[in-house]
Design a protein around this ligand. Structure first.
Ligand SMILES: O=C1O[C@H](COP(=O)(O)O)[C@@H](O)[C@H](O)[C@H]1O
Length: 459
């Protein structure tokens, strides 16, 4: 087999938190699992960063992942950091020329408005043939901006070489949804409106802003989590069976189901809230509006919920509730599929009142099947038995999984342009209703489960 070309991973925005916290560790787990990969890592950002500081960051990630000495040495030999403003055409041209690379991946670890400026620059100066663009979420900040960005990036490289990154798509449980849904008969037979009453995708976090107010306060929970990650998860739960797990089949099926999805009444079917002072896991948490970097006038929500309807023969009438928030009292990162009650439970049984459900846990990976069964001892008393299973996690961190796919030019784990637009199309009416103040911005105490009257605060 011909040797693979060396890929240069050029990280724009490399001095930021995302690179140190997620990208470099992701690259490192990839190199631990596949030390034969020929990869050069170059960081660039407007901020000056000492060469030793950058090398130290790379080395720390390689050491933490226990990458083999030979593979780590190969990366460290060539890695470097360049202080450059990538929105400046001359600076970016010089940076790309200095890479002398066989194959280039440009990774945008940048806020959406800077990503757009850099893409405009790339359109002017051009990129080496075969270049891949890997763009972090959120992809744009509205339907209109996502459309413009799609048009822009596909003037630089073809769609197949645009990787809209969503690290959730590298989560094993999320990928395992495909096996769970399509490779066993048990679930396939009851995966539709005839059997399922409601689906919830919940992503409750205990973390607060983690020094990301600059990004988060401009976006809020709906844009940060629901518009991207949770709608993608919903699509995998709801999509039609595919003939193959090939890129075209998978991404077509995701887009098709997203096209059928909508928030029927954005005022009745959305909620927003932000946290007030409280305590999370023993840590005091200040009022959101008092967090450093937050502009209280923006009215940013830290907890959001929407109810989506999928208008097709499989799902019509089944609510898909998507919720995510920060500074909550407990972590819930799961999807819950509630089955309808049986058509008839024989008279004489007692204790049958909890819906049977299938719970898919994203962190840690696993699932639970809650089934109504006969109680222990007393034969005519019903209770719920929980069957638990682990879902195979992989050797890679989600970012490693996603980066591996980028380096292999396999777009299955990336969001296609039309799907990115559909996600914005779904949330846009909600954003509009919120802008018009048609939905009140409620409050919840940090450390609680959210406003008490929200149904999703209890399940
Ligand atoms: O993309 C994001 O995801 C994280 C949650 O993902 P996890 O893998 O850490 O569970 C979220 O905290 C962050 O705000 C968001 O930007």
């Amino acid at each position: 087999m011909a040797p693979q070309p060396t890929t240069t991973l050029l990280i724009l925005g490399a001095s930021g938190d995302l690179t140190a916290r997620l990208l470099l560790p992701g690259v490192s787990t990839l190199l631990r699992a596949e030390p034969e990969r020929r990869l050069r890592v170059v960081g660039a950002d407007v901020r000056e960063l000492d060469a030793a500081d950058w090398r130290g960051r790379v080395q720390t990630a390689l050491d933490a992942a226990e990458v083999s000495p030979a593979a780590a040495a190969a990366v460290l030999e060539h890695t470097r950091y360049v202080a450059a403003d990538a929105t400046d055409g001359d600076a970016l041209r010089a940076l790309i020329a200095s890479l002398e690379c066989e194959r280039l991946v440009i990774y945008f670890a940048l806020p959406p408005h800077v990503t757009r400026l850099v893409c405009e620059t790339l359109e002017r100066i051009g990129v080496p043939s075969g270049t891949i663009l890997a763009i972090e979420k959120p992809f744009g900040d509205s339907l209109a901006s996502a459309r413009e960005l799609n048009a822009l990036v596909t003037r630089i490289v073809p769609e197949q070489r645009v990787f809209r990154i969503d690290h959730f798509l590298g989560l094993h449980t999320v990928l395992n949804l495909l096996g769970l849904r399509f490779a066993n008969r048990l679930l396939q037979g009851s995966w539709d409106r005839g059997s399922i009453e409601r689906v919830e995708v919940l992503y409750d976090e205990t973390v607060t802003l983690e020094d990301r107010a600059g990004y988060y306060d401009r976006n809020g929970a709906l844009r940060d989590m629901i518009q991207s990650h949770l709608l993608q998860i919903m699509a995998l739960i709801a999509m039609e069976p595919v003939a193959t797990v090939g890129e075209r089949d998978l991404r077509d099926a995701v887009s098709t189901v997203l096209r059928a999805a909508r928030v029927v009444d954005p005022v009745r079917h959305s909620r927003r809230a932000r946290y007030t002072a409280g305590s999370v896991e023993g840590r005091p948490v200040p009022d959101y509006t008092g967090e450093p970097g937050v502009d209280p006038a923006r009215g940013t929500e830290t907890l959001a919920e929407i109810e989506v309807e999928i208008a097709n023969a499989r799902w019509a009438g089944v609510p898909f509730v998507l919720r995510s928030g920060k500074s909550l009292g407990g972590v819930r990162k799961r999807a819950i599929v509630y089955w309808r009650p049986p058509a008839h439970v024989p008279d004489g049984f007692r204790g049958h009142d909890t819906a049977d459900r299938f719970v898919i846990d994203f962190k840690p990976d696993g699932f639970e099947l809650h089934l109504t069964t006969n109680g222990k001892g007393e034969p005519f008393t019903l209770e719920q038995t929980v069957l638990r299973g682990e879902l195979g996690g992989g050797a890679l961190l989600p970012y490693g999984e996603v980066l591996g796919a980028i380096l292999d030019a396999d777009p299955r784990l990336a969001v296609r342009g039309d799907a990115a637009e559909e996600c914005w199309r779904i949330v846009e009416p909600v954003l509009e209703a919120w802008r018009a103040d048609a939905v009140p911005l409620e409050e919840y105490e940090a450390g609680s489960r959210g406003p008490r009257h929200w149904a999703s605060s209890g399940s």
